[in-house]
Design a protein around this ligand. Sequence first.
Ligand SMILES: Cc1cc2nc3c(=O)[nH]c(=O)nc-3n(C[C@H](O)[C@H](O)[C@H](O)COP(=O)(O)O)c2cc1C
Length: 183
Amino acid sequence: MRVLAVCGSLRPASSTRNALAIALAAAESGGAEVGWVDLDGLPWCDGRAVDAYGPRVDAFRAQLAGADALLVGSPEYHGSFTGVLKNALDLCGPEDLRGKLIGLVATARGDAGAMNTLNHLRQVSRWVGAWVLPAQVSVPRAGEAFDAQGQPVRAAIGDELGTLGRELVRYGRLLAADGAPSV
Ligand SMILES: Cc1cc2nc3c(=O)[nH]c(=O)nc-3n(C[C@H](O)[C@H](O)[C@H](O)COP(=O)(O)O)c2cc1C
């Protein structure tokens, strides 16, 4: 079981990355091999065939191909997920995400959290044929949600992220055992 995290923020001190790292660590504790997909340096999707972009996109898609499940996270930008993440998803071919299991995480500056981002990501994930866990984590007041070591300040957020990582492994194994049926 291989779980990769995809972070829609390129900020060096990203709270979304902190949140994903906690869920990823829980997946690792549950027995998964884990790693990160780097979105930095991907070209803009301009509508050409996905295999015509060259080695950077080929490597990105090969990384995804090697994953059974993905933890996908994004900050809320103007009520939705980031352009960086949407561009990365647009660089995927129609089969790249089909049948993958996805756990969603989103962060926001505001008290209301990032439900719009989670809902938009759920919709797009469904569109590309992925299975999305019902569990998801919205991190409100993200600027103060993690300490300097990246640990959650509010225990409940850490618990939710841990549960998400464990559920991803649990249901990922069920899907893998069943041959990852397509959607
Ligand atoms: C362009 C932009 C738009 C944003 N829009 C919202 C928003 O609609 N709602 C909100 O609560 N926070 C918004 N924020 C704040 C980010 O969601 C918040 O700072 C987030 O935690 C940043 O994630 P990161 O630390 O992973 O980069 C916005 C930030 C930027 C840069």
